[in-house]
Structures are given as structure tokens and as C-alpha cells.
Design a protein around this ligand. Structure first.
Ligand code: DX5
Ligand code: ZN
Length: 220
């Protein structure tokens, strides 16, 4: 699978979002990573469902929605999404993850399942048939600008082996949190294929977004 870049728009200039989206289109970004938080699963909020629907009208870049919320099924129908969009939930935030992942597919979207750093890889075991993507959090979720956790490379390697051994080679791994060019290159060698780019690689004051995106790609 081609290595894909997913821009974390919570790291963009929130007061000039339209310009940021245009810059991301110019940079040929593959996905818009939109972090949705409920202030309970993570102690932060930032973006919401009306924002998702407003940005959907602005651009054709597919969405990579990251739901850092408890009981995400409550919110699925608040978003106007389609077949090219990922809707990713957290294992730790949903006691009915299997049903929610099935609902995401019924909605016509691609389903993703995220694990926090401390959550073991085998938590994916009974959900693989309902997953179109495995999101390996490389920081504890909720905030941009954090440092990658110590075991991130090992966890991505273990996740790739787990998926392959279970017969799910087609499920790509996405990594999210402090994905700098250096961390991206290391995690790419461990099996990551979709890279969430935030303050560590793309949204850097004074740096051209296209140049940053191209530099990141070149390093993979
Ligand atoms: C953190 C979010 C990430 C974050 C990435 O909880 O899920 O998408 O915005 O930002 P950086 O790259 O700064 O870690
Ligand atoms: Zn995210």
C-alpha cells in the first residue's frame, strides 16, 4: 500500500482554516485527520460535528475522523460522511465496539479502531472482521505537541505481525502522535502506512506546508 499522509487539522491555524485547507490541497495531502473529543474520554474538546460538516463542503480531501469519545455510536449520524472517509473509534471508549464498527460500515464509511499506548495489541483479536484500519496511538491521546511513547516502534511491529498472522494483511496501520519526519521513517520501517501529521512535521510556523509534506514523504 502507498504510504499516506493524514493532516491533523486541530494543529492548523484555527482562525484561518479555509486557507489551511487550501494549503493542504496544494500539498496533495491524502486525508484530513479530524480529532473529535468529548472532554471525558480525553480532557479536551477543540473540534465538533458541525465543523466536520462545514469542512466537508469545502474540500474533496477524504476525512480520517478520530473519535476520542466515550460511546461513539451516539454521534455517528451527526456527520455527513461517505465511502472514502475513515471513521475511527477507540477500543477503550466503547463497550460495544463490534456493533459500532459494523454501524460505521453500514453508514458507508471505512471503519478504524484505535488503541491507546497501554492497550495490548491482542485487543484487536475479535474485531478484525469489522476493521478497515488499525490506529496505533503513539502518544496518550487528547493533545497535540506531545512526545512519542517509548514502546511505539515495538508496538507498531507487534501490530503488523498480529494482523498478518491473523490473515488481515490488507488492514493498514495508522500512527498518530509526534509523527516527526524521523519518527515517521522509523515507524514506516515497522509497518506503519498512514501517518498523522501535526505539529511535529506539517504545521510548523513559517514553514511551507507543501515543502514539509514533500520532505516527510521523501524520508519514508
Ligand atoms: C492527539 C491527536 C493527534 C494530534 C497530533 O490526541 O490524536 O492527531 O493532533 O499532533 P502532534 O503531531 O503534534 O502530536
Ligand atoms: Zn488524532
Amino acid at each position: 500500500m502507498k504510504k499516506l499522509l493524514s493532516a491533523s487539522v486541530m494543529c492548523a491555524d484555527l482562525m484561518n482554516m479555509k486557507k489551511s485547507i487550501q494549503d493542504l490541497e496544494k500539498a496533495d495531502i491524502d486525508y484530513l485527520h479530524i480529532d473529535l473529543m468529548d472532554g471525558s474520554f480525553v480532557p479536551n474538546i477543540t473540534l465538533g460535528f458541525d465543523f466536520v460538516n462545514a469542512v466537508k463542503k469545502l474540500t474533496d480531501i477524504p476525512f480520517d475522523i478520530h473519535m476520542m469519545v466515550n460511546d461513539p455510536a451516539r454521534f455517528l449520524d451527526l456527520m455527513n460522511l461517505g465511502k472514502d472517509d475513515y471513521l475511527c473509534i477507540h477500543y477503550e471508549g466503547d463497550i460495544h465496539a463490534q456493533r459500532t464498527l459494523a454501524k460505521i460500515r453500514e453508514k458507508g464509511c471505512k471503519s478504524g479502531l484505535a488503541l491507546n499506548p497501554q492497550t495490548p495489541v491482542n485487543c484487536y483479536e475479535h474485531l478484525l472482521d469489522y476493521m478497515d484500519m488499525a490506529l496505533v496511538m503513539t502518544v496518550s491521546p487528547g493533545f497535540a505537541g506531545q512526545k512519542i511513547f517509548a514502546g511505539a516502534e515495538d508496538k507498531v511491529r507487534k501490530t503488523r505481525k498480529f494482523l498478518d498472522d491473523a490473515g488481515f494483511k490488507s488492514i493498514p496501520i495508522e500512527v498518530d502522535g509526534n509523527i516527526s519526519p524521523e519518527n515517521g521513517a522509523k515507524l514506516s520501517r515497522c509497518g506503519a502506512e498512514i501517518f498523522v501529521l501535526g505539529t511535529s512535521s506539517l504545521f510548523i510556523k513559517g514553514k511551507d506546508m507543501t515543502e514539509s509534506a514533500n520532505a516527510f514523504r521523501a524520508g519514508l
